[in-house]
Ligand binder design. Structure first.
Ligand SMILES: C[S@@+](CC[C@H](N)C(=O)[O-])C[C@H]1O[C@@H](n2cnc3c(N)ncnc32)[C@H](O)[C@@H]1O
Length: 266
């Protein structure tokens, strides 16, 4: 049977929360939160922005998100009947991309925000979207052939638990794909990117939202997040074998594909 990694590695998270909404914490502090406080922060923030999420994201990243999906999700060799889980599926844009690209696969989406899930269900009513936390995915071991998570990882309350859980629900030899915004490594591009995210984005979001806090949090979560090489190391420390890493748009986005180490499988 596939490993029960989160248990075996004695990983767990503190699920209690001292806050009730994202409004109680500054974006700078929120980017460094862990455990139940992070979960509450992120869930309430995404509930709030869910109905404008797709539009504002297109503006903030100048339409690059569709390009990044194409670059990272079009060469996966998924087969008819493959069971796929989209963790933190949000409004379902990544889920829909996969369904169109690989007809016949069986994709489900899971998210912690009911607001984001409502949007996903409205846009694609035939897909099975369910509520769940990456820290305790409500599925048996070895359920899926492929697990992906796109632009989510910085929001997870405990990185090691999230990785262990996503590997746990994969069948032996199944692949895990992470696509995310990473902090670019080139110093010049990093400076431009930081200026764009911290100074320009709050201004361009203002006409669409009274409170631009969610987009200040987006900037801080990327700037305080991992580089792609740091992320690769994190996966390896969590018993995954990294098969491939790719960066896009000068490292502003990147993908990592990994499999679970075979010796962990009984
Ligand atoms: C930036 S959105 C990305 C959505 C989607 N994957 C996409 O590519 O558009 C991040 C999503 O991760 C979800 N999320 C954050 N923390 C989560 C957790 N602990 N468990 C499950 N989903 C989570 C959020 O609710 C949100 O919908």
């Amino acid at each position: 049977m596939h490993n029960k990694q989160a248990n075996d590695m004695n990983l767990s998270i503190n699920t209690s929360s001292l806050i009730t909404t994202y409004k109680e914490v500054s974006p700078e502090i929120a980017a460094k939160l862990t455990g139940g406080d992070k979960t509450t922060y992120v869930r309430t923030l995404f509930d709030k922005i869910s109905n404008r999420y797709d539009l504002i994201r297109t503006i903030v990243f100048l339409g690059h998100t569709s390009l990044w999906y194409r670059q990272s999700l079009s060469d996966l060799d998924l087969k008819v009947g493959d069971k796929v889980l989209d963790v933190g599926c949000g409004t379902g844009e990544s889920t829909r991309y996969l369904i169109n690209r690989y007809p016949g696969i069986n994709v489900e989406g899971m998210d912690i925000s009911s607001g984001m899930l409502n949007e996903a269900r409205r846009l694609s009513p035939k897909v099975n979207y369910f509520e769940g936390d990456v820290s305790a995915i409500p599925c048996p071991n070895a359920t899926y052939d492929f697990v992906l998570t796109t632009f989510t990882f910085r929001n997870f309350p405990e990185r090691n638990v999230a990785i262990a859980e996503m590997l746990r629900v994969l069948r032996p030899g199944g692949r895990l794909l992470i696509l995310d915004h990473f902090y670019p490594q080139n110093p010049l591009w990093r400076a431009v990117y930081t200026f764009w995210m911290r100074r320009v984005v709050p201004q361009i979001v203002k006409p669409f939202m009274e409170d631009v806090t969610p987009y200040r949090y987006l900037a801080e979560s990327i700037i305080n997040g991992l580089t792609i090489s740091g992320f690769k190391t994190l996966l390896e420390l969590n018993q995954a074998v990294v098969l491939q890493t790719n960066t896009y748009t000068g490292g502003a986005a990147g993908r990592v594909i990994a499999v679970c180490q075979q010796e962990d499988i009984e």
